[in-house]
Design a protein around this ligand. Sequence first.
Ligand code: BEZ
Ligand code: FE
Length: 289
Amino acid sequence: MRNVNKETITQAFMDYCAADTEPRLRFILERLVHHLHAFARETELTHEEWRSGIDLLTRTGHITDAHRNEFVLFSDLLGLSSLVDMIHSSEDATPSSVLGPFHVLGAPLLPVGGDLIRNNEGDPLVVSGRVKGAKGEILAGAELEIWQTAANALYSSQDENQSEYNLRARQVVGADGRYCFSTVRPVPYEVPTDGPGGEMLRATGRHAWRPSHLHIIVRAPGYRSLVTELFPDNDPYLDEDAVFGVREGIVMHYEPHESRDDLPADLEIRDTIATPYLMVDFDFVLAEK
Ligand code: BEZ
Ligand code: FE
């Protein structure tokens, strides 16, 4: 098109795409450019604003490496990661939530009833429940992956003073679909603020806190894998999670207990856990593929 103007440029972009462009790619690009052009028209984006946007993206690229992805953090802080999660979360299943940047592969297997507290400080917490399908069927052999912060608000992958897999485990449920482990209550923490994501938070008067949570992935053959988090109902940041990960259905009560008699029989540290301790019972529900 030769006579491109403010109104025709969006269609001109589409006309430039070859007819045999892969249909999903064509659709996504069409909608992306439609909204991008509409955004520029609506805001009357200035050259200076356009340049600072390009500069922001450039710096986001420069700070990104194999251990840190500032683009993902930006997506989290803008609510895009959570929106994509919610669009694809099944109505029949436990709500999903953000994966975050601190998941690492290779966590060791922990038997049902096993302990993650070891040398960690913090309030003892016993987490147990079952893994089920949407019709209530028990998913024997399902696998859980668990990771969380230590008392200093750092994940083991951020802290050279923690062992590689501290507060990380995989657990395979038995024929009864039951999982169980002891750990310490996770603590709230701030997402990294030393990059362009942090600049956006400061420029908009936002804080970087996430409410405390346990990260969990649940997998079972024939079912959609669930990436989620469990939040305690008394966390001060529940209503203002910096990355929009909190959903009703994954907020739960950590019940305080005094007596070890209330503990599950198969808990490895049943006779030695410090009292009082907290306990939570939560069933995960997976949707069929
Ligand atoms: C996390 O929960 O580990 C996390 C999620 C998004 C951004 C930063 C951290
Ligand atoms: Fe986290």
